[in-house]
Design a protein around this ligand. Structure first.
Ligand code: SAM
Length: 255
């Protein structure tokens, strides 16, 4: 991905954001309390700037969503987008996506997050908001979610780590698939989208070898009306499909 440069002050903004769950290990086994509801919890690992996660949350008010991202500069952008959504909701012009300009006339990227400590006029999380973010490396998720606490996992355009010796850093490698089983409900789903054919082949092989049951597989999601129904585009998906790259998708059931 085009890496965002380190943004001065982003750590402080993240630390004061209501959208971010701080000390997420303390919530292990008690995530329903965060949302105040028994709705199923779905997570996206490597959410980037969070567009997919927030669009899913807007489309599915009957579920709760948690976005995991390890880079603070990227998390900062996700918070900006969430704050713009909060402004739109408060202004009564909330839509499922932040890609258009709402009644506020602001886009997420030009929204100024106020410096730490300044709260006046700052949009905040709204009652019933059904998404949150966690700043962490996916490797630590076993300390954050309890057994059976997560109903579905989404991996979108995960980093490919093409070198053989980095294979176990891929989010669809056997070691990660075993980690997901620690907190994914039996029969819970893992949905993976990518335009990278090699990574897709690797992911199919790893999940089959680990005993996951493939429920859906396509190498051209956008050409498959049935599988594409209800598809929520990610930022990378939009970028790569605009270049003409077919999008691969697999949905696997946990063993
Ligand atoms: N999912 C978004 C999309 O489709 O537009 C962003 C895709 S971007 C290529 C991958 C993101 O995953 C990056 O923001 C990266 O920081 C994050 N990521 C990679 N490895 C991760 C890990 N082990 N834990 C948490 N986030 C990770």
């Amino acid at each position: 991905m085009s890496r965002l440069r380190n943004i001065p002050g982003s750590r402080e903004i993240i630390a004061m954001s209501d959208f971010v769950v701080h000390d997420p290990e303390k919530q292990k086994g008690r995530w329903k309390e965060i949302f105040g509801s028994d709705a199923p919890i779905e997570i996206e690992i490597g959410m980037g700037k969070g567009r997919f996660l927030m669009d899913m949350a807007a489309r599915h008010p009957e579920k709760n969503f948690i976005g995991i991202e390890m880079q603070s500069s990227v998390m900062f952008r996700a918070i900006q987008k969430a704050e713009v959504r909060a402004m739109r909701i408060q202004a009564g012009s909330a839509g499922p996506s932040d890609s258009g300009s709402g009644q506020t006339g602001k886009n997420a990227d030009d929204f100024q997050v106020l410096p730490a400590g300044v709260t006046e006029g700052r949009p905040s999380i709204w009652e019933g908001c059904n998404f949150r973010f966690i700043l962490t490396d996916a490797r630590l998720l076993g300390d954050i979610f309890g057994s059976g606490e997560v109903n579905a996992i989404y991996l979108n355009f995960s980093d490919p780590w093409p070198k053989e010796r980095h294979g176990n850093r891929r989010l669809t490698s056997a070691n990660f698939l075993r980690l997901y089983q620690q907190f994914l409900k039996p029969g819970g789903t893992l949905t993976f989208k990518t335009d990278n054919q090699d990574l897709f082949d690797f992911s199919l092989e790893e999940s089959e070898r680990e005993g996951w049951r493939l429920e859906a597989v396509t190498r051209d999601l956008h050409a498959d009306a049935k599988l594409c129904a209800g598809n929520v585009m990610t930022e990378y998906e939009e970028k790569f499909s605009a270049k003409g790259n077919p999008i691969c998708m697999m949905k696997a059931l946990a063993p």
